[in-house]
Write a protein that binds this ligand. Sequence first.
Ligand SMILES: [Zn+2]
Length: 473
Amino acid sequence: MAQEKQIAWDLYHSYENFKEKSLINRRFKHADIVPLIERLKNKNIFKVDKAGKSIEGRDIYLVSFGTGKTKVFLWSQMHGDEPTATAALFDMFNFFADDHSFADFKKYLLSHVTIYIIPMLNPDGAELFQRRNIVEIDLNRDVLRQQTHEMKILKTVFDSIQPVFGFNLHDQGRDYSAGNSFNPASISFLAPSPDYEKSLTEPRENAMKLIGNLFNILDDFIPGHIAKYSDDFESRAVGDNFTKWGTSVVLLESGGWRGDREKQFLRKINYITILSALNSIASQAYSTTELSVYEIIPQNEKYMMDIILRNLQFKKDEIEYTIDIGINFDEININGAKDYYLESEIADIGDLSVFSGYDEFDFSGYSVEVGKTKPELFHSIEELEKLNPVHLYQSGYTNIILENNNFQGEFSYFPFNIFLSKGNEPSNSIRIEEPANLIIRKDGKVKYVIINGFLADVTNLENWSGNSIVHKK
Ligand SMILES: [Zn+2]
């Protein structure tokens, strides 16, 4: 274990030397990875094949390397909006392509394992940054029918390799927590069940032992942020069936990490996890890990919210309540799904003491009310630019109405929301499933506002870094 941990730390500290610098966020496309794959052909160690085409005709690649007897198959991004591991695989290609460092370690790995990788199994989904493929089929429910090109390709490659180990690489929602720990489930594992009885077959037990081994290593890097996905059998899912067909499958899900919506830190953790797994498989170190390690990994629970405002005073019909307000954001794709803006929703109200926020603010001693819509109409952007938002807030407004047919866009960087027609403004009370627009006062004076879920200090509005929403008809 000491030696495995040392290698993991060496990988951690040298990561920047191998990180694929052209992949900078989560919304990279097939066109961004094709030149990176083409580049691998210049290196003798890699064999690059086209495994087939997606429904829209994008090439799906199979990269293989190593000469060892244990076959390991990794596939990423069968869900198009789950790219964290794909980026980590390209970091790993750079690691193996480098001629100078970690020579002994790489030689050791490649003489013990042969590695097969399909990066980005669902390029059509990635193009739209959506989970499903272009005909709206969830590939992870298509392994039995195999109606999609993408799943046929995965199954054909799987059958031709008959891998000993398989890595099913996904991202999971930011709302997952590691048990009730108040931490996000940043990495979740699962050794999928091969049947409804959740039988402990030998392939499944080996996957559990490997996961236990990885848990022990990763606990140094992200303590308290590792969890386990539900092991309920899903008869249509890839991991469950590949386990049934005799492969030790490790499901690896990248969740959330505080202050890192683009998950670049978790990408680095993926890189360390996958290389540590290859090391453990090569040395068979996993085989001596007790199954009890897997058992103690906390379950995925859903106790995370994007924002929690704590201990606000709220008055209705002369009765005072103390409430917490939980807010979540939705990412809305724009510019051909190359970028996004955020849309807020109040997720819960009341005693939220069992939940944890990616960001939390304690408003003890402050009162809250819903942000209202100013009834007087505006007619031009120039008028909005001249508007002092603080005056707006002091009258209890977070929204304005703009009568201007030329206004474009679905969001703005004004610190107030814009309604493009009268009559569809939000409700006049704080409600769940409504956008989060709030006025926060102390001793009657407005101190903070929440505009589309983003907190603004009214004395320091220049530092507000959120986006507001433009509501059409
Ligand atoms: Zn997924």
